[in-house]
Design a protein around this ligand. Structure first.
Ligand code: ADP
Ligand code: MG
Length: 280
């Protein structure tokens, strides 16, 4: 294992609210490592600690106990914060909050400019990043002319221009239409194919199914951790965690219950279609 991120027994609680009550820990003794170059989906019900965990990955939050290492650098090391943020880029749910300029390519350049990269290199990086997310033709457009999915692609391009090794996306498709979601997933898979580590927080099980590994969080702890086939093999446990199976997995189970000889471990529509066609 060659981990890019190591989370070692971290806990974190937000400050107490106005009622003065001590809040529960948002992260409660979490340990996990992320393999370099992998595509990991993180899921779990609302309030399970996904966003809080994500913010620990590039020092937006620091653990009150335990530590987080990014390429061996401790996120608590103040001298390393900018290097850590350059290596681990973050994309958030709402594309509107991430774009500040009136022209898309200026938004893409923004992060790289703050890193003090020479302007000729920035120009090249911005061009490459816009092409990687399929938005090069839209480079002169203002955010108000773009769809939600296109804005998210611009936000991802801005992160790419900073040259990260790892991209963390916190429910990036939550506000997108189905087409925008599908396009974004294709882009994430392509980036992963080029070697980027992708950590995708999502509550869409169809998206999680496309990862190498699914991590399920519950009350700030690790509830499940395995391949999609492993995680989807225990519907009871998923229900307890307030999660659903992907539609195809659910349907395969119903067909099995109805007496058809459908093999275990089916996740994608094409696999199910093939299994049905091969029934004797
Ligand atoms: P998720 O992303 O899985 O929905 P979060 O990490 O946002 O979960 O939240 C984990 C817990 O921390 C929840 O109980 C939530 O209410 C609490 N929480 C999240 N953000 C804040 C905040 N800014 N201030 C106080 N409590 C928070
Ligand atoms: Mg969240």
């Amino acid at each position: 294992m060659d981990p890019i991120i190591e989370i070692e027994n971290i806990s974190f609680a937000y400050e107490e609210g106005e009622d003065g009550e001590k809040p529960e820990k948002a992260i409660d003794g979490l340990t996990l490592s992320i393999e370099r170059g992998s595509f990991v989906a993180v899921t779990g019900s609302n309030g399970s600690g996904k966003s809080t965990m994500a913010k620990h990955l590039n020092a937006l939050l620091l653990p009150s106990e335990g530590r987080v290492l990014v390429d061996g650098m401790d996120t608590k090391d103040e001298d390393k914060v900018w290097e850590i943020r350059r290596r681990v880029g973050m994309v958030f749910q709402n594309p509107d909050n991430q774009l500040v300029s009136s022209v898309a390519e200026d938004d893409v350049a923004f992060g790289a400019e703050n890193l003090g990269i020479p302007s000729e290199e920035i120009r090249q990086r911005v061009e490459a990043a816009l092409k990687a997310v399929g938005m090069y033709e839209y480079r002169k457009k203002g955010a108000h002319l773009l769809s939600g999915g296109q804005k998210q692609r611009i936000a991802i391009a801005g992160i790419l221009a900073m040259g990260p090794e790892c991209i963390v996306l916190d429910e990036p498709t939550a506000m997108l239409d189905p087409r925008g979601r599908a396009d974004l997933m294709d882009i994430l898979e392509a980036l992963n194919g080029q070697g980027k580590t992708i950590i995708l927080i999502t509550h869409f099980m169809e998206e999680a199914a496309r990862a190498d590994r699914i991590i399920v969080m519950d009350h700030g702890r690790l509830a499940l951790d395995g391949t999609p086939v492993q995680v989807f093999s225990d519907p009871e446990r998923l229900r307890e965690l307030k999660l659903e199976l992907p539609f195809t997995v659910e349907l395969a189970g119903k067909l099995r219950d109805a007496g058809l000889d459908i093999p275990q471990g089916i996740i994608f529509e094409e696999e199910l279609a093939k299994a049905v066609c091969e029934l004797k």
